[in-house]
Design a protein around this ligand. Structure first.
Ligand SMILES: C[S@@+](CC[C@H](N)C(=O)[O-])C[C@H]1O[C@@H](n2cnc3c(N)ncnc32)[C@H](O)[C@@H]1O
Length: 474
C-alpha cells in the first residue's frame, strides 16, 4: 500500500502522533518503510514520501541534479525541492539550520525557485518559529523575493487527498504560517477527529460560509483545525456543562487555570486520582447555579487532570451525573502549559455555549452557516448509540437542515441513512477510502465518503481498521 494513503503516516506527517515515544515512532517507521534501516533513515523516508507525492501527481522530476557541487533533492520543470524531515523524538538543534538553507542555495535560486519542504516535526518546529509576527513576515517576504519558499508537507498531502489540482505554493505558505501546528488539542477525547482531519479539510474548503457551528464540540480537535479557515464567526457547543465551562476558562482565564493545574503536577497515584475524582464530583453535585468563577476554574483544572490520568481519557458519568471512569495507570502525566496558552489565544473569538445540538441549530444556524456535526457514533446492535443518544432523531435533524453541513459517523449509520437517502455507490476516493454518491429523497442529494481509519497504536489491537463516514450535502 502507498504509505501516503495510510492514516498512520498521515497522522505522523501532520503531527497528530506527537505522543509516540522513540520506540513507537521507530516501530511505525519500520512497519511502513522496512527498506530504510540506517541511522539517518528519517531523511530518506522524507525524500521517499515526497517522491511518492510527485509520482501521485504525475509531475516529472529528476533526483539530486548536480549544479556545480550543489545537489538539491529534486528538480521539476518549475522548481527545485529541498526536503527537510525530522522525527518527533530527536535531540540536538539541527532544525535551526533550516532557515539557513536559502544561504546555501543562494546562487541556485537564480535558475528557478527553491521550495523547502518540511516534513513531520520539522514542519511543527518551523510553524512555531514562523508564528505570524511582523518580523517573521519580513523574513518570509524577503526569502520569497529571493526565490525561496517554505512548504508544509501536510498541506500538499491535503491537496492530494482532495484529488484537486495542486494548490498554489504561495497560498500554501500563508496556510503554513497560520499553521494548525501552533497548537494541539489539550484533551484526549474518545471519538476525537484527528484522523479524519485531512478529509474534513477537503470538504470544508469546498464550502463558502461565514459562520462555523459545531454542536458536538468534545475535545475540539475539529474546531481547532477549523480555526485556520478564518470564518467570521465560530460557535462551539456541547451538552456537557463542565466541558463547556472548561473551554470558556481556557479562553478567558488561562493563567489562573495553569496556576490551578500546577497543584496537580506530582499527583499520579491511584489514591491521588480517586481523591481528585471525589472532589470533582462533590463540586459538581453542588449544582451549576451556585458555581462562581473560582469554582469553575478549579473544576476545569480537575477536568484536565482527570482527563489525562483516567482510563483512555474517557468521560463517562453515572445516573447521578458522577464522573466514574477508573484510574488510567499511566507512567507519565504532564500538561503542556504553553500549548494551553496558544489554544487560548486562538479561540478568543469562539462562542462556547452548553446546549443540546438541536438547540444550537435552532439558535444559530442560518443559510450562511457551515455546521460540522460529530455526534456519538451509531452502532448496530444498540437501539441507540452510546448512552441515550437517539440516532434516529439525529438522522431527522440532518434531513431538515437547510444550510451546508458535514456530519461524521460510523459506517453503521449508513444503515439508518438508507431509509432516508437511497444509496448508490460509484467512485473511488484515493487508495485508502472510497466515496459513494448517495441519491437522496426527491429534492436533496447527499454524498457519503467512506474512510478507513486505523486504530491508534496504543489500542490493544493495533492496526485494526474501522470505517467512518462523512456525510455532506451536494
Ligand atoms: C464524538 S464527540 C465529539 C468529538 C469532537 N469532534 C472532537 O474532535 O473531539 C461527541 C460529543 O457530543 C456530545 N453530546 C452528546 N450528546 C449530545 C447532545 N444531545 N447535544 C449536544 N452534544 C452532545 C458529547 O458530550 C461529546 O462531547
Amino acid at each position: 500500500m502507498n504509505p501516503l494513503y495510510s492514516s498512520d503516516i498521515q497522522a505522523w506527517i501532520r503531527g497528530n502522533e506527537h505522543h509516540l515515544n522513540k520506540k513507537e515512532e521507530d516501530e511505525l517507521m519500520l512497519k511502513y518503510f522496512p527498506q530504510f534501516q540506517s541511522k539517518n533513515r528519517y531523511g530518506h523516508i522524507g525524500e521517499f514520501l515526497f517522491e511518492l507525492y510527485l509520482q501521485s501527481r504525475n509531475i516529472s522530476y529528476s533526483k539530486k541534479p548536480n549544479y556545480e557541487g550543489l545537489e538539491p533533492d529534486f528538480e521539476t520543470d518549475n522548481y527545485f525541492y529541498e526536503i527537510k524531515t525530522r522525527r518527533y523524538n530527536m535531540s540536538g538543534t539541527a532544525g535551526e539550520k533550516i532557515p539557513a538553507v536559502p544561504f546555501k542555495y543562494r546562487n541556485l535560486s537564480i535558475i528557478k525557485p527553491i521550495i523547502i519542504v518540511l516534513i513531520a516535526y520539522q514542519e511543527v518546529e518551523m510553524s512555531i518559529l514562523f508564528k505570524p509576527d511582523e518580523r517573521a513576515s519580513e523574513f518570509i517576504d524577503f526569502f520569497k523575493s529571493k526565490g525561496f519558499e517554505y512548504q508544509a508537507f501536510s498541506s500538499l498531502i491535503t491537496s492530494l487527498v482532495s484529488n484537486e489540482s495542486s494548490q498554489s505554493l504561495t497560498d500554501n505558505m500563508s496556510a503554513q504560517i497560520d499553521s494548525r501546528f501552533d497548537f494541539k488539542p489539550f484533551l484526549k477525547w474518545i471519538g476525537g477527529k484527528s484522523r479524519l482531519l485531512p478529509y474534513l479539510d477537503v470538504e470544508i474548503s469546498k464550502i463558502e460560509s461565514s459562520k462555523y457551528i459545531e454542536p458536538f464540540l468534545g475535545g475540539g480537535a475539529s474546531l481547532l483545525n477549523a480555526l485556520k479557515y478564518n470564518f467570521d464567526e465560530y460557535i462551539a457547543c456541547d451538552i456537557n456543562r463542565e466541558l463547556i465551562d472548561l473551554w470558556i476558562t481556557v479562553r478567558d482565564n488561562v493563567e489562573d487555570l495553569i496556576l490551578e493545574l500546577s497543584l496537580y503536577e506530582h499527583m499520579n497515584t491511584k489514591d491521588d486520582y480517586l481523591a481528585v475524582r471525589r472532589d470533582f464530583n462533590d463540586k459538581i453535585r453542588a449544582g451549576n447555579d451556585i458555581r462562581d468563577e473560582v469554582d469553575i476554574i478549579s473544576i476545569s483544572a480537575m477536568f484536565i487532570y482527570l482527563n489525562h490520568t483516567c482510563f483512555r481519557g474517557l468521560y463517562r458519568v453515572n445516573k447521578r451525573n458522577e464522573f466514574n471512569v477508573p484510574y488510567g495507570n499511566y507512567k507519565n502525566y504532564s500538561i503542556d502549559y504553553d500549548n494551553l496558552r496558544t489554544v487560548s489565544r486562538a479561540i478568543q473569538n469562539v462562542k462556547f455555549e452548553c446546549h443540546d445540538y438541536r438547540e444550537t441549530i435552532e439558535l444559530y444556524a442560518n443559510e450562511d452557516s457551515l455546521i460540522y456535526l460529530d455526534p456519538p457514533y451509531y452502532e448496530t446492535g444498540k437501539a441507540y448509540a452510546s448512552d441515550d443518544f437517539d440516532s434516529n432523531e439525529f438522522k431527522k435533524t440532518l434531513d431538515s437542515l437547510a444550510c451546508n453541513f458535514i456530519a461524521s459517523n460510523s459506517i453503521d449509520f449508513v444503515e439508518l441513512l438508507d431509509e432516508l437517502f437511497r444509496c448508490q455507490r460509484n467512485a473511488d476516493f484515493g487508495a485508502n477510502a472510497s466515496i459513494a454518491n448517495i441519491g437522496a429523497s426527491e429534492t436533496k442529494l447527499y454524498q457519503v465518503s467512506e474512510i478507513n481509519v486505523k486504530e491508534s497504536m496504543h489500542r490493544s489491537n493495533p492496526g485494526e481498521e474501522r470505517i467512518e463516514i462523512l456525510i455532506t450535502k451536494k
